[in-house]
Write a protein that binds this ligand. Structure first.
Ligand code: HEM
Length: 421
């Protein structure tokens, strides 16, 4: 009955997509999202301090918006955020972001081409030994941690940052500094992790400055001494027949560092949280590690750590019976699309054997499809596999805690108790 849907609604339930606290309780969040899919699958949201937008909640519509990049464009404001975020940048004299997710069309293609091959499945396969070695390092820490730890902060977060640093080619001696900078400034936008914002000029001057200086030096080094790492690809890559400039390189390093670590660590922690809640599935994985591939897919569907992106309609376009006028903004809700009952059977059942897990939209689709999807899948399979191999028993030692953040979020604390084999 799509023709009876209103053309414009400002259903207050639509606020779940941008209210940070609503992501602190995902069961409740998913209940509201399911109601919206049923009652108002494309819902107008008007909130103070935000550009009004249309939240797109079904699998079919998120698929369509992502696929039709000729109609729905990305731009400098693609990462959903309140207007104040951009006013802050202006106040601080900073440029609007220009990473891959902020570019569109031919411009995006040119920059994506620089690293696209390096991230292809066959190329990423070569990273497996390095990912395994890093996983071994963190699994070895289980001995020192003495039977109880916070899986999220003690293992998943440092493991995923470490993998990204290895991908860049940051030498081991500098990893500590880079891990601090990456986590401090670009980590989950959560007060617990953000640096001291009382003096933003100082923060920007110091942390971004250090990050920039570091990667400029690394790039220069790779121009002189090329290796097989991503820093070399960026240092020697060209756009329009010329090497990437300072700012272009910095945006590239920033997108890979930001997109690459908290997304995957939330998948890992949220995945283990579900396995602890379903001990039969945890046991099945211990008994048959070949289930890990599908389990990783289900974990990434279930956790859906990137909550949404914004796209701009370039013409009037209809979605689920609602006309989105030219110039308006749509928000793609990945967690909602991933629980769409018309695509996933019994979508609120976590099931590592789920045959339809591969219909997940957690990595988006189309021209902006996640560049690191293959890396992320490998990281989830590898760390969880090694964790289950090393432990004899594992159980929750307290409630999981979620990051109250609207853009990228998930389980940030997962207290566990374990015994080793
Ligand atoms: C479970 C983990 C991850 C999730 C859920 C995730 C999700 C996403 C999503 C939803 C997008 C936007 C897709 C779209 O607009 O259609 C994206 C883009 C991107 N991701 Fe990921 N990601 C993950 C891990 C990673 C990793 C490990 C890396 C790097 C090693 C990475 C690098 C990127 C980059 C560079 C882009 C921008 C691509 C473009 O705009 O062309 N991601 N990711």
């Amino acid at each position: 009955m799509t023709d009876t849907l209103p053309q414009s609604t400002t259903d207050p339930r639509g606020l779940i997509f941008i209210t940070p606290e609503s992501f602190g309780d995902m069961s409740q969040w998913h209940e509201v999202a399911a109601e919206l899919r049923r009652d108002a699958p494309v819902v107008r949201v008007e909130a103070e301090g935000w550009t009004p937008f249309w939240a797109v909640t079904t699998h079919a519509d998120v698929f369509e918006v992502s696929r039709r990049s000729d109609v729905f464009w990305n731009n400098e404001y693609s990462a959903p955020g309140p207007d104040i975020t951009y006013q802050m940048l202006e106040m601080l004299g900073l440029d609007l972001p220009r990473t891959l997710v902020h570019l569109h069309g031919a411009e995006h293609d040119k920059y994506r081409k620089v690293t696209n091959d390096w991230f292809k499945p066959a190329a990423v396969r070569h990273l497996q030994p390095a990912i395994e070695a890093i996983a071994d390092e963190y699994i070895a820490k289980l001995d020192e941690l003495g039977g109880e730890c916070d899986f999220a902060q003690d293992l998943a977060v440092p493991f995923t940052i470490h993998v990204i640093m290895t991908i860049f080619g940051v030498p081991e001696s500098d990893e500590r500094l880079m891990m601090e900078l990456t986590q401090g400034l670009f980590g989950a936008a959560d007060a617990e992790y953000l640096g001291d914002f009382s003096d933003p000029q100082e923060l920007v001057g110091n942390t971004i400055g250090k990050f920039k200086d570091y990667f400029e030096a690394l790039t220069e080094d790779r121009r002189q001494h090329p290796t097989g790492d991503l820093a070399t690809v960026l240092a020697t890559g060209e756009v329009d027949g010329r090497p990437l400039g300072e700012a272009e390189l910095l945006w590239y390093y920033i997108i890979v560092a930001t997109a690459g670590h908290d997304t995957t660590s939330y998948a890992l922690s949220g995945g283990l949280e579900q396995l602890l809640a379903h001990p039969d599935q945890l046991q099945a994985l211990r008994d048959d590690p070949s289930l890990l591939t599908n389990a990783a897919e289900e974990i990434i569907r279930w956790t859906s750590p990137v909550r949404s992106f914004f796209r701009w309609a370039q013409e009037d376009v209809e979605l689920s019976g609602v006309t989105i006028p030219k110039g308006d903004v749509v928000l793609t809700s990945y967690p909602s699309a991933n629980r769409d009952e018309t695509v996933f059977e019994d979508p609120n059942r976590f099931d590592i054997r789920r045959p339809d897990a591969d219909k997940l939209l957690s990595f988006g689709l189309g021209m902006h499809y996640c560049l690191g999807a293959q890396v992320a899948r490998r990281e989830v399979r590898t760390l969880l596999g090694k964790f289950l191999e090393r432990t004899a028993t594992v159980e929750a030692a307290g409630p999981a805690q979620y990051t109250p953040t609207h853009f990228v979020s998930g389980v940030k604390h997962l207290p566990i108790r374990y015994t080793l084999k």
